[in-house]
Design a protein around this ligand. Structure first.
Ligand code: ATP
Ligand code: ATP
Ligand code: MG
Ligand code: MG
Lengths: 256, 256
C-alpha cells in the first residue's frame, strides 16, 4: 500500500524539515523507494540535501502550477533509493497564484497520481502555515505526521491543526489519517519536556510514536553538509532515532 | 521618537514571539510605555502572557478588518506599563479576507496612526511567513528586528527576508529601517553556533545586536506561566539577556 505522508505543523521550527529529510532517508536505507517532495518556499528540505535549483530552473512550482512534463526529480545519493522533487523561492508565488486555478486545493493530488506509482513512500515537507501549500499536501496525503516540540506553545497549535485535518478529511480527502505525533528535540534533563510529553500522550492515546527524537547537535549540523543524518554521523543519537522511527513507521499495522 | 518595531522572520521557531514578549516587557521595566501587538494567528504572544480572547471576542482581527471602535487593549500586569492588543485564531481568516479590501497592505498602518500616540514603543509579533499579515506589520513599522538562530537554515532565509524589506521600503514604507539582527538560542558549547554567528556578523557588519540571547530553559517555561521572563525568573540568563537587549535597543543612536 503506497503511503503519501505530509509532515505538517503550522508552529515554526518544530523539526518538520529535519523529520522529512531523515525519515525519508532512513526509509530509503531500509530499501524502500522514497520520493521526498519539498512544498515549502524556504526550500530547506532541498538545500538540506545540497540541492538548490536556481530561480529559473524547473522545480515544485512548475509541477504544481503547470504540471511540468517531466518533473525535475533528482537522486542526491546514488547508493540510496531516495528521490527529491526540489523547491526554490519561486514556490512562494504559488500561495497567491493557486486560488486563480480550478480546484486549487487538489492540484498536488492530481500531479501525484502519475508520480506515485514508482514509489513505496512519498514524504511531503510543509511550510509553517495552514495556507494553500499545506492544504494541497493534506489533500494529496494518505496520512499526516505531526512533529511537535515538548514546549509550552506546542499544545496550543495542535488543536487548530487537528481541526484543519478533520475539515480536509470531510471536504476533500476521506482517506486522510493521523499517521502519528512525533516528539522532537526532546531534552530529558528538562522538566517541561517531560510534562508536555506526558500531557500529549494523555490527550492523544495511541497516536504518539514510541520513538522520541532527542535534541542532538549533529541534527543541526547535517544539513550544512547536505547529508541526511545517517550518512553524516551514523552512530549519533539523531541517526539512531530516525532509523528507529523508520522501523516503527514501516511496521505499523495499517489498521492502526 | 516613537518606534514601531516588527519582529519578523519567515523561518519558524527562531524566537520571534519570545523576543516580542520579553523585549516589550523589558522596555516596560525601564519605564517605557509599550504596546505589544499580536499579528500571528497562532496567538502565542497573547497566550504567552496569559491572555486568550475567545473566538467571538474582539481582537486584532476586528482592528485590522473593521477598525473596531475601541481596540480591545489589555494591561496584563498592573505594575508594568505594558499593554497588549491580543489575537485569536480568527486572525487566520485575515490572510484571505484582506486582499478584498482597498490597500490591503496598509490596513495596520492606518489603524496604528490613532493608537501609536500613547506609546513610546509598539512591538509587533509576526507569523512565520511573508504573507499579508507580515507585510502589514512591515508597512506599519519604523524598523524590523530579525531574530535568527545560529543554525544552518538561518542564513538561507535571511536574504529573502531582506529582499522583502527592501521591496516594502520602496513601494510602501520609505521609513522602514533594519533595527538589527538578534542572535537567539545561542549555545556557546556548539561549534556550529559560533560559525554561523561569525558568518552573520561578517555578512551584516554593524547590524547585529551585541546582546546575544542564550539558550535558557527558563525562556521555554515562562510562557506556560503567562509571565515575561523578568517576572518569572528575574536572575536567570534569559532575563538578564532581554534586559540587556532593551538597554542596547533603547540607547541605540537613532542615526545608526
Ligand atoms: N532533534 C534535533 N536536535 C537538534 N536540533 C534540531 C533537531 N531537529 C531540528 N533541529 C534544528 O532545529 C532547527 C529547526 O528545525 P527544522 O528546520 O527542521 O524545523 P521546521 O519545523 O522545518 O521549521 P520551519 O517551521 O521553518 O519549516 C533547525 O536548525 C534544525 O537543524
Ligand atoms: N533563548 C531561548 N532558550 C530556550 N528556549 C527558547 C528560547 N527562545 C525561544 N525558546 C523556545 O523555543 C520555541 C520557539 O520560540 P518562539 O515560539 O518564540 O519562536 P517563533 O519564531 O515565535 O516561532 P513561530 O515561527 O512558530 O512563530 C518556544 O517553545 C520557546 O519557548
Ligand atoms: Mg521546515
Ligand atoms: Mg511566534
Amino acid at each position: 500500500m503506497r503511503r503519501i505522508v505530509a509532515i505538517a505543523n503550522q508552529k515554526g521550527g518544530v523539526g518538520k524539515t529535519t523529520t522529512s529529510i531523515n525519515l525519508a532517508a532512513a526509509l530509503a536505507h531500509i530499501r524502500q523507494r522514497v520520493l521526498l517532495l519539498d512544498c515549502d518556499p524556504q526550500a530547506n528540505a532541498s538545500s538540506g540535501l545540497g540541492v538548490r535549483p536556481p530561480a529559473s530552473a524547473p522545480s515544485m512550482y512548475q509541477v504544481l502550477l503547470n504540471g511540468a512534463e517531466a518533473p525535475p526529480i533528482v537522486q542526491p545519493f546514488p547508493q540510496l533509493p531516495l528521490h527529491l522533487l526540489p523547491a526554490n523561492s519561486q514556490l512562494a508565488a504559488a500561495e497567491w497564484e493557486l486560488p486563480g486555478r480550478g480546484n486549487p486545493e487538489g492540484l498536488l493530488a492530481a500531479r501525484l497520481a502519475a508520480l506515485a506509482a514508482a514509489y513505496d513512500y512519498l514524504i511531503i515537507d510543509c511550510p509553517p502555515s495552514l495556507g494553500l501549500l499545506t492544504v494541497n499536501a493534506l489533500v494529496a496525503a494518505t496520512e499526516v505526521v505531526i512533529p511537535i516540540q515538548c514546549e509550552y506553545f506546542a499544545m496550543e497549535g495542535l488543536s487548530l491543526l487537528l481541526e484543519t485535518v478533520r475539515r480536509i478529511k470531510l471536504r476533500w480527502n476521506p482517506n486522510l489519517q493521523i499517521g502519528g505525533i512525533l516528539l522532537t528535540m526532546f531534552d530529558r534533563r528538562n522538566n517541561l519536556a517531560h510534562q508536555v510529553a506526558n500531557d500529549i500522550r494523555r490527550h492523544f492515546p495511541g497516536q504518539v510514536f514510541h520513538t522520541l527524537i532527542p535534541r542532538n547537535v549533529r541534527l543541526g549540523e547535517s544539513p550544512s553538509h547536505g547529508l541526511p543524518i545517517h550518512l553524516y554521523d551514523p552512530g549519533c543519537p539523531g541517526a539512531e532515532a530516525y532509523l528507529a522511527l523508520a522501523g516503527e513507521f514501516h511496521h505499523r499495522e495499517d489498521s492502526d
